[in-house]
Design a protein around this ligand. Structure first.
Ligand code: CA
Length: 229
């Protein structure tokens, strides 16, 4: 599993350092910015999975930046946790109205912050239920990460596994690349559409030895469909 990238937008060096330390300790990758300009640069270059955003920044305020992030299609799905020294209810409401997913008041314990980060990340990753699904002669079990067909097994990477799970639970319908990105990749909004084609190719290649690759059909000009017919 890839490490989630957390962008820390904080102008006070000591607090930025402390946050980065805790984020890395928790097993995430830490990106840093000290103002809105450098935050945008980091977002464009590294596509963070979550943003820790300080309320008080030297140029643009955290609230304004959160609103800008929400207004931009490329960044609107990145979860935001606002950080602030203020504790008043009015500010909390303002922060959440600006588009933040959660809010934490300084000083905070690293444990509380990490719990919030994990909760927000979980909410944004498309969930896969545990039940085994069957379609088109395939059986897929999320709990054991196994796909079988007849007597044979199909070995899949995590993305192909999610993709096949989505197809099997949404058979006979055509999905565009954008729809598949939303449904399977979730909030990793910077993934390009052609990434979908790459994973479809890998999925078909894995299914081919069992003669099942025809289940994934290309619908010209529209996208892809899982069909047993
Ligand atoms: Ca600050």
């Amino acid at each position: 599993m890839m490490k989630a990238k957390i962008l820390i937008v904080e102008d006070e060096p000591a607090i930025q350092e402390l946050l980065a330390f805790n984020v890395m300790q928790a097993g995430f990758h830490a990106l840093r910015a000290e103002d809105a300009d450098s935050a945008w640069r980091q977002i464009r270059d590294h596509a963070p999975d979550l943003i820790l955003l300080d309320w008080m920044l030297p140029d643009t305020s955290g609230v304004v930046l959160a609103k800008q992030l929400r207004a931009d299609a490329a960044t609107r799905d990145i979860p935001i946790i606002m950080l602030t020294a203020r504790g008043e209810e009015r500010d909390k409401v303002l922060g959440l109205e600006s588009g933040a997913d959660d809010y934490i008041t300084k000083p905070f314990s690293p444990r509380e912050l990490m719990a919030r980060i994990r909760a927000v990340l979980r909410r944004h990753v498309p969930q896969m239920p545990d039940e085994t699904v069957a379609a088109g002669g395939l059986e897929l079990s999320p709990s054991s990460h196994r796909v079988t067909a007849g007597g044979g097994a199909i070995e899949l990477g995590p993305t192909e596994f999610r993709l096949l799970h989505f197809f099997m639970t949404h058979a006979e319908r055509v999905y565009s690349r954008t729809q598949l990105l939303d449904q399977v990749w979730g909030t990793q909004v910077f993934v390009e559409e052609r990434t979908v084609d790459v994973h479809i190719r890998r999925l078909r290649a894995a299914m081919e030895p069992l003669g099942m690759d025809g289940l994934i059909q290309t619908v010209r000009g529209s996208g892809y469909r899982f069909s047993a017919s």
